[in-house]
Every structure is written in structure tokens, then in C-alpha cells.
Design a protein. Structure first.
Length: 255
């Protein structure tokens, strides 16, 4: 899958941090405030806590705020809660995330008017959760639905379409559909290179996913070539000591 930090393809509309956070925050009091907050306030608190996650408690409190808003029907809160749950890298958290995302999709299907219901984001988030649960066939189907939604948009966003194809190609690699994966990932990379600035980090992630498909296909020379390109982009963006860059260098060494 395209890396988790680039997972949600919609903008986070972060509100200004509430006064409790601006002053350093009484986290116990804030937890109580979240528990009785309205939908709108819960979203504001979740956004502020997510944006200011320098404190260890913030992630848990942000999750609590988004879950509070989700319980009151907010679509984006469902997706943000799922995103934070996936960060726990725990099967139970992934199962909880799956319930949240499916609920958001069900709300959209039963008449919710949130703009995200016309966006591929819910289906993309579901595909990430399902892949994390090793439900690769379901993840691929969710990505196909995301692609269908993206292609119905007017105008079509070529970058989002490419990212979804990258998602699909990555899953295809994992389930051994290697010719299809290579074709999908090459098309995704080409579209990203045409529509993003040279050196954009998303191009590096697409190169890395393509390198993995090449490697599993026995195309080691091609794999090393694209992984080196990915490493060069991310070294410039993140620095040579970043863990992601180190992982790419490991892949190059294995090639």
C-alpha cells in the first residue's frame, strides 16, 4: 500500500487549537470535555489534538474525540479514527477501524450528504484497513470501488486516480498477481510523474512500490534502478539518516 502518512487523500481542515491545548492543556479535564462534546466540538478537538501531537496523550485523546464525533454521524471523524487506530499496528485496532469505516460507507449509502460520500477516501481507507488484516481480495475490491468513484468526478483528479492505482498495484504484488501489478504500478508512476513536481515524495513511494513488484517478478536490475531513484528523492526530502531511506537502501542491497 502507499504509505500510511499519505493515506487520506482529502485535506484535513484543522481548526485552531482550543484554549486548553494552547495553554499546555489539562488532559484529564479535556478527556471529560470530549466525553460530553457536541459533534462539531468533538471534530474541532480531534483536529487540534491531531495537529499538536507532541504530547504522548494527544493521539489517544484525538482518537477519543473523533470516535465521539463518529458516534454522532460525522463521516470524516469515522475515517480519522480509523487512521489513528491503524497507527496502533494491532489486529484488534484494525478490526475496530474496519467497523468504523464500514459504518461511514453505510451512512453514505443511506443518504448522508457529506461531500466525502462522493469522494474515494472512504473506500481507500477501507482498503488500507483490509490490507492490514491480510484481507487482500477485499482490499483490492475496495480499491476498485475507490477508483470508480474517482473516475466519476468532474473534473477527474489524475493524481488521486494514480494513487488508487498504486494502492491496487501494491495489493496485487502481495497476492502474486505480478504482471498485473507491474502494469498498474508503471501506469500509476507515469501519471504521478506527469502531474506532480519532480522530486515529490509520492513519486518516490510509487517508485518503491514498483521496485517491489519488479523484485518479486525476478527483475532485480529494474528493481534496483527504481529503488535508487526513490532513495535519491527521499534522501533529498528527508535526509540520509531517515528510516525510510535506510529501508530503501536495504532493498537496493538485496537486489
Amino acid at each position: 500500500m502507499a504509505r500510511a502518512v499519505w493515506v487520506l487523500c482529502f485535506a484535513l481542515l484543522m481548526a485552531a487549537a482550543p484554549e486548553a491545548l494552547a495553554q499546555g492543556g489539562d488532559m484529564t479535564g479535556l478527556a471529560g470535555r470530549i466525553a460530553v462534546s457536541s459533534r462539531e466540538e468533538a471534530v474541532r478537538l480531534g483536529d487540534a489534538l491531531y495537529a499538536g501531537n507532541g504530547m504522548p496523550q494527544d493521539s489517544a485523546l484525538a482518537l477519543a474525540a473523533y470516535e465521539r464525533a463518529a458516534a454522532q454521524g460525522d463521516i470524516r471523524a469515522h475515517l480519522m479514527a480509523s487512521f489513528l487506530l491503524r497507527g496502533k499496528l494491532d489486529p484488534a485496532a484494525f478490526h475496530k477501524a474496519q467497523i468504523l469505516v464500514q459504518r461511514a460507507i453505510d451512512l453514505c449509502a443511506t443518504g448522508a450528504t457529506d461531500p466525502l460520500c462522493q469522494h474515494p477516501a472512504p473506500w481507500r481507507e477501507l482498503s488500507y484497513v483490509q490490507a492490514g488484516l491480510f484481507q487482500f481480495g477485499d482490499a483490492l475490491e475496495a480499491s476498485r470501488k475507490a477508483l470508480a468513484v474517482a473516475q466519476r468526478a468532474s473534473p477527474v483528479d489524475a493524481v488521486i486516480v494514480a494513487l488508487i492505482r498504486q494502492d491496487m498495484g501494491s495489493v496485487m504484488t502481495r497476492i502474486g498477481q505480478l504482471p498485473e501489478a507491474v502494469t498498474m504500478l508503471e501506469a500509476a508512476l507515469s501519471a504521478l510523474e506527469q502531474n506532480l513536481p519532480a522530486g515529490d515524495q509520492q513519486i518516490a513511494f510509487a517508485l518503491s512500490d514498483l521496485g517491489m513488484a519488479y523484485q518479486h517478478s525476478g527483475r532485480d536490475t529494474d528493481a534496483v534502478t527504481v529503488e535508487r531513484r526513490a532513495a535519491a528523492i527521499l534522501t533529498t526530502a528527508l535526509g540520509e539518516n531517515h528510516g525510510t531511506v535506510g529501508g530503501l537502501h536495504n532493498n537496493i542491497g538485496w537486489g
